[in-house]
Design a protein around this ligand. Structure first.
Ligand SMILES: [Zn+2]
Length: 455
């Protein structure tokens, strides 16, 4: 057991002072006592807040972040960006995938993400024997284990290139597993279990255009209760139109019509939704998985967060394409998109929670934990001990208290205000450094050269 003393901490029921938090050997909080002194504590931190789960990541896309920003024509869009993604995915190996992911996961930890939901769809590199997809899946699990970040691995079904069974393009064949192969991969990894609370296994469906209706239903029924299920949905208007044409319904409405979409589900993007679809997501308890910097980068559009929050909808955030690895920038852009279009301020605040940054941080930590299927997201007894220690010696945090600290973190400071990061009772980042950062950085550079070199 270990004990942290915090001068100030954001607990699940509000801000507290002079707090002792005891953590059991399995990494969960066993007791919290307020109004004590620091004697007997193993560590003392001036300010602790709950860490952020990252509910949507494609790790390998880090390799070409920044390389898809040159214009290729008047109609650059998500679909032109996708060419870059295919070029890198074709050259990926289990080793390069592991190296890119490990360096990315250290960046995530430093930025305050302590769990990552990896929406993993590149299955067919590596050994052709054994369980299909296993080697690539393991490369992600190894990267997470090396760095100490928690991982929710979501092996992803990708069957078709479009609605109505359009056959896969040649680059997409790397993504193809049959539903039975995907379930076999899930069962194999699931049977191994996990010795700690860091690993969680789920399923993902790439999108409605890439998955047959019968497969969606078959795999959803196969998933053990409590399994996270994620899907990209309604990201592009063109895809919504195709869905209406092929399935005679809008994507979110179609999904809710066919399946029991509940708290285990996370709908990634859900950008282009009707009022009725927005209310349906909110009522179901599913999480809207928002990735504002990627959605901005790809020119997707704005999720209707103001109405969604007003109706009690839950959300979390993800780094998705890895153009930005910083939860404060995701939340900032989520709010700023609304300010710019509505021409007013503090759009996501509520009467009860007037501090915009604080409200968004709290909502995204609990929503993100739900989407990742892990018991954290708040500092409370029984929760996994995932904390960020903020650097209160920084001039930006001077004379900030309680929720204004979080407002400053989200809108002004960013992740340079985070000094230490704990995952399940272990300090993975100490004074802004990870113990393996130099060696993992060098490996990632070598792998990136291999992936990006045209010769
Ligand atoms: Zn994605």
């Amino acid at each position: 057991m270990s004990v942290i003393f915090a001068d100030r901490a954001l607990l699940s029921d509000g801000w507290a002072q002079d707090v002792q938090i005891s953590i059991g050997t399995e990494g969960s909080i066993t007791s919290i006592t307020q109004g004590c002194d620091p004697r007997g504590a193993d560590w003392r931190k001036p300010l602790l807040i709950p860490a952020m789960p990252n509910l949507h990541s494609h790790a390998f896309q880090r390799a070409f972040a920044g390389l898809a920003e040159a214009a290729t024509g008047k109609s650059d869009s998500f679909w032109t960006w996708r060419h870059h993604m295919y070029a890198v995915s074709e050259k990926l190996t289990p080793e390069t995938n592991r190296d890119i992911a490990a360096a990315l996961y250290i960046d995530m930890l430093k930025a305050g993400y302590t769990q990552v939901a990896e929406f993993h769809y590149i299955h067919n590199h590596g050994s052709k024997t054994g369980t299909p997809g296993e080697e690539m899946a393991r490369s992600i699990l190894i990267a997470a284990q090396e760095t100490g970040i928690g991982i929710t691995l979501l092996p992803t079904l990708y069957e078709t290139a479009g609605f109505d069974d359009t056959p896969l393009e040649s680059a997409q064949k790397l993504f193809a597993l049959t539903p039975d192969q995907l379930m076999a991969l899930f069962d194999k990894l699931n049977a191994e279990g996990s010795a700690d609370s860091l690993n969680k296994l789920g399923f993902a469906f790439h999108s409605l255009r890439a998955v047959r209706p019968e497969s969606l239903i078959h795999i959803s029924n196969h998933a053990p209760s409590g399994t996270p299920i994620h899907i990209h949905i309604a990201e592009q208007e063109g895809e919504v139109d195709d869905c209406i044409f092929a399935r005679k319904n809008r994507p979110v409405a179609w999904l809710y019509d066919k399946l029991d979409v509940n708290k285990n589900w996370c709908l990634i993007h859900a950008t282009h939704i009707s009022d009725a679809e927005r209310q349906q997501i909110g009522k179901s308890g599913a999480i809207a998985g928002l990735c504002p910097t990627t959605e901005a980068n790809l020119g997707d559009g704005l999720f209707p967060i103001v109405d969604y929050l007003m109706e009690g909808g839950a959300f979390g955030i993800g780094s998705d394409s890895q153009v930005t690895v910083d939860p404060t920038q995701e939340l900032r852009l989520l709010e700023y998109g609304q300010r710019l279009t509505k021409e007013r301020r503090a759009t996501t605040a509520s009467e009860k929670e007037v501090h915009t940054g604080a409200r968004l941080w709290r909502a995204a930590t609990t929503g993100g934990a739900q989407a990742c299927g892990i018991n954290t997201g708040e500092i409370a007894v029984g929760k996994r001990a995932d904390f960020l220690a903020l650097d209160t010696s920084h001039q930006l945090l001077t004379e900030r208290n309680e929720d204004t600290l979080l407002d400053t973190l989200v809108f002004c400071g960013g992740t340079n205000l985070i000094s230490d990061v704990m995952v399940a009772g272990n300090w993975t980042i100490i004074d802004r450094h990870h113990a393996l950062e130099d060696v993992i950085e060098q490996r990632a550079i070598a792998s990136m050269k291999t992936l990006l070199n045209d010769k």
